[in-house]
Design a protein around this ligand. Structure first.
Ligand SMILES: Cc1cc2nc3c(=O)[nH]c(=O)nc-3n(C[C@H](O)[C@H](O)[C@H](O)COP(=O)(O)OP(=O)(O)OC[C@H]3O[C@@H](n4cnc5c(N)ncnc54)[C@H](O)[C@@H]3O)c2cc1C
Length: 404
């Protein structure tokens, strides 16, 4: 059975026309680095490797940016899925702070890319806001606030007395300049465009069927029989890693998103912040450049093939009601409904680095809610690793860190 990871009317691949199509592979080729998968992660890797003068090729089985990249909400924020105190049982506060700072570094890198190459993906740097509407959880929010404040991160505490939002907030933390939004489909395409100028080769509709490792190289066989030979291979296949390993990465859930039609009277405050509550599962929302609201959440246990219409409609219905209760003053009309697989890990971090038993097989898997920022870190760290430089923070993302 071919597992389906995305379903519905995905806003970003609907509102954007296909920006550019790339040919499929029609000959055997050689390279240094073979990147498999061209979602936002593959595109980011392609950018960093080609920028560092490393010969590389991306092989994409379908179309660029039509996997989970097409349904990501693209709330980019340094904070993780869980609060620091919740994560303490899986990792140390020191590591959590390191992750927060790495998130900021990744945000800065995206901003630098935009400053250098132009803003073709509606990128906007904003604040991030994590909040509760329960009085009892005010203390939890305060703890998060103090942990971040003591680490030197610019934060502001919000409660009933200084709540600038129209919905109920009993406690919350604003991370000043701690987030960003963008259009992930346009960002992916722009990265590829720039990378191709730097020497990257990209092949769409070129599924990798088999990978063979020998002492000096890696050879992949693609769908029409053509082969690509390289020194290493990087799995950037998102939640689909079966052709590389039997290792199970993360826990899969199915998560739901709604995007409204453009709304002309959204208050400015919501255009400069990304928002998430602290419920389990949590609800998150953002605005778009053309004044839509996107809301996500209602995660349920993973359904391999999302054909259960009734279940999906129930989740969409709940999200729509939530949006209407948060913004009773707005005329909310839903235009896009979509859902898909999402994978999370105990420490909320993705996987970046070499396979523990095969030094020619590398991974860049943006699991967790910060997948895009982890992919940026992966691009930076792995392109350095190719030259033998080990980033001091790469151990946070080690592939075998949960092995007993
Ligand atoms: C609903 C939802 C909301 C999210 N929100 C956020 C968010 O707000 N912020 C954030 O940072 N992250 C978020 N994420 C996570 C983020 O979407 C992912 O980290 C990111 O999209 C993953 O991109 P990717 O390129 O790794 O995977 P994908 O986009 O899935 O790309 C993998 C590609 O590999 C290709 N492929 C697979 N197998 C093969 C093969 N054998 N040969 C060739 N190609 C192959 C697929 O066709 C696909 O195009 C969210 C995820 C979901 C599902």
């Amino acid at each position: 059975m071919n597992t389906q990871y995305v379903q519905g009317d995905c806003i970003f691949t609907r509102i954007n026309k296909t920006i550019k199509q790339y040919e499929y592979l029609t000959e055997d080729i050689d390279t240094e680095v073979i990147i498999v998968g061209c979602g936002v992660t593959g595109a980011i890797l392609g950018h960093y490797f080609s920028k560092n003068n490393i010969n590389c090729v991306i092989l994409e089985k379908s179309r660029i940016g039509h996997g989970s990249t097409s349904i990501t909400t693209s709330l980019l924020q340094y904070e993780l899925d869980d609060n620091a105190m919740e994560l303490k049982s899986y990792t140390s506060i020191e590591n959590i702070i390191r992750s927060y700072n790495l998130g900021i570094k990744a945000l800065d890198e995206i901003e630098e890319f935009i400053n250098e190459h132009g803003n073709k993906c509606d990128f906007k740097r904003v604040d991030s806001f994590l909040y509760t509407d329960k009085k009892l959880e005010n203390k939890e929010m305060k703890e998060e606030y103090y942990i971040r404040k003591e680490a030197g991160l610019p934060v502001k505490f919000i409660d009933e007395d200084n709540n600038p939002f129209l919905f109920d907030v009993k406690g919350g933390v604003i991370g000043k300049n701690g987030g960003a939004v963008l259009d992930p489909y346009k960002f992916t395409q722009h990265l590829i465009e720039v990378s191709c100028e730097q020497g990257l080769r990209v092949y769409e509709n070129t599924e990798v069927l088999d990978v063979q490792y020998s002492e000096n190289d890696v050879t992949v066989e693609t769908v029409y029989g053509y082969k690509v030979k390289g020194k290493i291979i990087i799995a950037a296949t998102g939640y689909n890693t079966g052709i590389f390993t039997k290792r199970a990465f993360g826990t899969k859930t199915t998560t739901f998103n709604l995007a409204t039609k453009p709304i002309d009277n959204i208050e400015n405050i919501y255009k400069n912040v990304i928002i998430r509550d602290n419920k389990d599962p949590y609800t998150y929302f953002r605005t778009t450049k053309d004044n839509r609201l996107i809301i996500g959440g209602e995660d349920i246990n993973f359904i391999p093939d999302i054909y259960n219409k009734e279940l999906c409609n129930k989740s969409y219905e709940t999200l729509e009601q939530r949006l209407k209760s948060l913004f009773p003053n707005l005329n909310i009309e839903i235009e896009y409904k979509y859902c898909g697989a999402f994978a999370s890990t105990q420490d909320n971090l993705g996987f970046i680095g070499k396979d523990p038993t095969n030094s020619k097989l590398w991974y860049c898997l943006g699991y967790g809610a910060n997948g895009i920022l982890f992919a940026m870190l992966g691009g930076m760290m792995l392109s350095k690793l190719y030259y033998g430089e080990v980033d001091k923070d790469i151990n946070l993302f080690k592939v075998d860190r949960f092995d007993q």
